[in-house]
Design a protein around this ligand. Sequence first.
Ligand SMILES: C[S@@+](CC[C@H](N)C(=O)[O-])C[C@H]1O[C@@H](n2cnc3c(N)ncnc32)[C@H](O)[C@@H]1O
Length: 199
Amino acid sequence: MDVSLQQLLHELEIFGRDNDAREEDRSKKMLNIEPDTAHLISILIRSSHSKSLLEIGTSNGYSTIWLAWATQSTGGHVTSLERDPDKQVLADANLKQAGLRDRVDLLVGEATELISTLAGPFDFVLFDADRTSAPDQLRLLLPKLLPGSLVLADNALSHPDQIAPYLAAIEALPEMDHMVVPVGKGLSVAYKMAGGKSR
Ligand SMILES: C[S@@+](CC[C@H](N)C(=O)[O-])C[C@H]1O[C@@H](n2cnc3c(N)ncnc32)[C@H](O)[C@@H]1O
């Protein structure tokens, strides 16, 4: 990653932290993923050669920049979903500043409704939005996931009660090998195998 992109990501980290400390309205917080989590995700994308990425929860595009940057080495593309049009405007500007806007489709609306309109197939999904809707969104996405897909969800350790139904749903799928990685706020990592569980 070049120095100017590292610098932009660092500025966005500071912006997000300051904004979220000041802002009392939760819907106006950026709630960006932790840098270590984003870094790990970018390694997973590059090492698995993910090409068709879906992000649920764009916010101002901090994590989207990491995903889009990783797709530069895989030849991939990102679709990212966000319900708040003001945040989508910020994400658009931040992706342009990063020089990565052409690698991303930004869609505004309720994620569950948008997901039902997306054809896929996807080989990478990052859940980082509304944990209550995540099990339904997972159910809608399953037929659109290629074998070998990675399905990730943030906040696996920071919000255990809210994310429990999602973790139970993914753990119950025979085709998914799943674990929680204790990085950042806790990253749920599931790998869609061609056959059943290997363990
Ligand atoms: C945790 S933040 C995403 C942070 C972002 N991934 C990052 O690391 O920079 C969650 C975002 O999802 C959006 N969101 C929450 N529920 C949603 C839903 N049901 N449909 C679409 N967007 C939603 C929120 O507006 C918020 O911007």
